[in-house]
Design a protein around this ligand. Structure first.
Ligand code: SF4
Length: 485
């Protein structure tokens, strides 16, 4: 069998987990790409486009699929005289192939910029650029320096498509020496591994670090129903349990667990009996009426589109609120702005208008507090009424975490994990395409895209409304459950 030519992304997969690389090459059909990976990919594209704008004379080497053609075109371009900038040029050396985001030649000097949509230089990027440095140098184009360009969160968009300053360039040439020396070994080892049997590697921390592995469903087959990995922030404890041969949480001796939360999860998982702290009933019953159950949806743009906003700033565009009055029917109010214009001002004003003057505002995270504080910073004239709302917030997540656990929650207190255990008749699967916060962001982006049809926009808007409404109804049902009603 011919030796495998490894792309940079394949080498990085191998560094995460050799089994991942093996599956990518030999069983790619088993991969299940997560929606978050797709979103990351699309952010990468947007940021990449902005990075290229700084090089108006840059030429794109196409041929995304036909790598031989990409290599030939790159070689042809490099024969030219003088300074140049190439986007996506291809280089190969020693059994590896890379495509550089931005390659430039100025006189005798060569430089590469690797563009990332993240907000900082992460440790594992150094492997990424070391591979490029080694391959490009080996291909006869020695690099003088290599940089990582990442999103600078302090950038504030002032409009008119002016994104100068969005990206921050960090020269990492001096930091990759050790990694560069390892690249030939990585290639050798991976090629040998790929020519043999699939490595026996069990699931572990590597499955989500630095990226979610697309083979997790495949590798999780045969795992116990309640694996030790479900312990939240398990880290070292999970490692110790696995090293001691434990896979099923129910079989672990309680003495190996330390925190109260881990012991609670273990106890309930073993017994199968949910636990509710007796004190929570009184606490919930004493909450005064009217009660407002509130939830926000927000959008984050790697490349901001509204004047005065920053990269990855969480900008609210939708809220849902169920209002519970003593002895009265539950009522519902909502707000959504999918016009494509900045929704923040109307969002803030509608909150003030609809949430009344008194009564607890029950939320399910710390996030709503943070979001309202950001609105205050943005609209100082709304300071007083928004601060009043903050004073009324009660975090139901915090209350639930400290008072309730059912083994079907599998180590999570997210509303989606809790809901089936307290209100099995409510189901997120019934609310259409939007089933989590990531979907909500995806739907929002699709709705404001001028290319989306009116019919599609309407459907997604309805799905968003149903989703957010279900979140606040779920909170009502959970609050009633905890109150013993
Ligand atoms: S799921 Fe985990 S063990 Fe399986 S291939 Fe991916 S990283 Fe490796």
């Amino acid at each position: 069998m011919a030796p495998f030519r490894l792309s940079k992304s394949r080498l990085l997969s191998g560094l995460q987990c050799p089994k991942r690389l093996y599956l990518e090459i030999h069983r790619p059909e088993l991969a299940e790409q997560s929606k978050s990976a797709e979103r990351l990919f699309s952010n990468g594209h947007l940021v990449g486009d902005i990075a290229r704008r700084a090089y108006p004379k840059g030429r794109l080497i196409g041929h995304t699929i036909d790598l031989r053609a990409a290599l030939a075109q790159t070689a042809e371009e490099l024969k030219g005289e003088g300074s140049m900038t190439l986007f996506e040029p291809a280089f190969q050396h020693g059994g590896a192939l890379v495509r550089a985001d931005i390659f430039s030649r100025k006189g005798p000097r060569h430089h590469v910029v690797e563009v990332k949509s993240s907000t900082a230089v992460k440790d594992y990027y150094l492997n990424d650029v070391a591979i490029q440095y080694w391959v490009i140098g080996g291909a006869g184009v020695p690099l003088d320096s290599i940089s990582i360009a990442h999103v600078d969160t302090s950038f504030a968009y002032e409009g008119d498509s002016d994104y100068r300053g969005l990206l921050k360039r960090v020269d990492v040439t001096g930091e990759i020496e050790e990694c560069i020396a390892e690249v030939p070994d990585w290639i050798r080892q991976f090629r040998k591994m790929l020519a043999g049997r699939m490595p026996k590697i069990e699931i572990g921390r590597q499955c989500s670090k630095p990226f979610d592995c697309p083979f997790i469903a495949h590798c999780s087959q045969g795992q116990p129903e309640y694996p030790v990995e479900l312990l939240p922030r398990g880290g070292k404890v999970v490692e110790q349990l696995r090293a001691a041969g434990y896979r099923d949480l129910r079989k672990v001796p309680g003495s190996m667990l330390e925190t109260g939360k881990h012991k609670l999860i273990w106890r309930v998982t073993k017994s199968g009996k949910a636990e509710v702290d007796a004190r929570v009933r009184k606490l919930m019953r004493e909450l005064p009426y009217p009660r407002f159950y509130l939830d926000f949806e927000t959008i984050q743009f790697a490349v901001p589109i509204w004047r005065g906003t920053q990269p990855y700033e969480k900008l609210p565009f939708q809220w849902s609120c169920h209002i519970e009055r003593e002895g009265a029917e539950l009522t519902h109010r909502e707000f959504i702005d999918v016009s494509g214009g900045p929704p923040m001002r109307a969002f803030a004003e509608s909150l003030i208008k609809n949430l009344g003057e008194r009564g607890p505002i029950i939320v399910y995270s710390h996030f709503e507090r943070t979001a309202i504080k950001s609105l205050i910073a943005r609209f100082p004239d709304l300071d007083r009424p928004l601060n009043k709302l903050i004073g009324r917030l009660r975090d139901l997540l915090n209350i639930t975490e400290n008072s309730y656990y059912h083994r079907d929650m599998k180590g999570s207190w997210s509303l989606k994990a809790v809901l089936p255990t307290v209100a099995p008749d409510l189901d997120y699967a019934s609310v259409g395409e939007v089933q989590d916060g990531g979907d909500a962001q995806g739907a929002f982006i699709e709705i404001i895209d001028p290319a989306t049809s009116g019919e599609r926009k309407q459907k997604l808007t309805n799905d968003l409304k149903e989703y957010c409404k279900l979140d606040t109804l779920a909170m009502v049902r959970l609050a009633r459950f905890l109150a013993g009603k």
